[in-house]
Ligand binder design. Structure first.
Ligand code: UT7
Length: 334
């Protein structure tokens, strides 16, 4: 009989730039106030790469270096790197190529995956599938975004929300019963106008006109996205529960995409998972798009115990959304 392989997370790394953009600093930039931001979003501060030479790949490379140091893994052993990002260094040349070069991962092939805030979840499943196929033994999956590159700091609807950051996980092959178990994913392009960067791609290449009209920045219809996020995340989590005979009490940790504290609380409430079992770091980082979930896993890695049942869920531009269920395994060095 063919051996069944699972893909387990065995090491993590994370990084946010040093510079902190506080709510009070934003008060000086747009018509907003810290009390509104905290009460409507839960965000107290976010980290921004103010050095113009820093690209998304630079954030990702530091996360990878931290991961490799934690793992005690030889760089030559890394076979594949998947970078989830919607702020790639370039339109052409994948950010994964740059990351592999800068991090010295000379034996790995790399590819990007763009599904905005759901990007890390999707990339995690792509990486896990490579391992489950039996053809790969270790894959690094990164969620990284330099959102400050596509934020209009004159638009109070968006500039208060986003931060920069990167998180990375090492997926390794195992025949033990842990790792990524199941996921339910959805995409619906009819939601694309609700959260979008209109220009800079092939549909609407960058021009003087797009720059003047500020179409190279994120625009969002927050109320529509807010409702769709709660609906999408809870429905896909429930579907994963059903498929795996799980009830809320079985779940040790819910690790949701960090877009808005009120969304996170609502998802926890609807799923009946008490807030003590929901991982939250939006207060410190804001929404780092593809990086929120791996940064949360990195931040709270000491809380996760072998055998813990963990639900990951995300919603983002596209629309794209979904939920993944994993059983936590042993980290390298533990
Ligand atoms: O990660 C991808 C997915 N993204 C999300 O999940 C984000 C989803 N959306 C949200 O998180 C929320 O919709 C926002 C945080 C973006 C906005 O919060 P809201 O509670 O939905 O506010 P709203 O857009 O309904 O606006 C309420 C009021 C408005 O004033 P009026 O019309 O009631 O007088 C806005 O003009 O708040 C005003 N407002 C602000 N006030 C101070 C909007 N932005 C600000 C601001 N500071 N930054």
């Amino acid at each position: 009989m063919r051996t069944r392989y699972n893909a387990g997370i065995t090491a993590l790394g994370g990084y946010v730039p040093d510079h902190i953009l506080t709510n009070h600093a934003l008060e000086e930039m747009v018509d907003t106030n810290s009390e509104w931001i905290v009460s409507r979003t839960g965000i107290k501060e976010r980290h921004i790469a103010i050095d113009k030479n820093i690209a998304t790949s630079d954030l990702a490379v530091i996360a990878v270096e931290r991961l490799l140091a934690n793992a005690g893994l030889d760089k030559a052993a890394v076979e594949c790197v998947i970078v989830a990002t919607s702020t790639p260094d370039y339109i052409m040349v994948s950010t994964a190529s740059v990351v592999c070069e800068k991090a010295g991962l000379t034996n790995a092939w790399g590819v990007d995956s763009n599904a905005a805030c759901s990007g890390f979840l999707y990339a995690l499943t792509l990486g896990a599938s490579l391992i489950e196929s039996g053809r790969y033994t270790n894959v690094i999956v990164i969620g990284a975004d330099k959102n400050s590159a596509i934020i209009n700091y004159e638009d109070r609807n968006t500039c208060i929300l986003f931060g920069d950051g990167a998180g990375a996980v090492l997926l390794e092959q195992t025949t033990e019963d842990f790792g990524l178990i199941d996921n339910v994913f959805r995409t619906d392009g009819s939601g694309k106008e609700q959260l979008i960067v209109q220009a800079g791609g092939s549909k609407n290449p960058s021009s003087m006109e797009t720059v003047t009209n500020k179409q190279n920045y994120i625009s969002q219809n927050g109320r529509v996205v807010f409702k769709a996020a709660i609906e999408g995340m809870t429905q896909t989590c429930k579907e994963v529960f059903r498929r795996n005979d799980l009830v809320a009490d079985d779940i040790n940790w819910l690790v949701p995409h960090q877009a808005n504290l009120r969304i996170i609380q609502s998802v926890g409430d609807i799923l009946d998972i008490p807030i003590e079992r929901v991982k939250i770091n939006i207060d410190r980082y804001g929404n780092t798009t593809a990086a929120t979930i791996p940064l949360c896993l990195w931040d709270y890695k000491d809380d996760f115990k072998v055998g813990d049942k963990v639900m990951l869920t995300a919603f983002g531009a596209g629309f794209s959304w979904g939920a993944s269920y994993l059983v936590w395994g042993k980290l390298r060095g533990q």
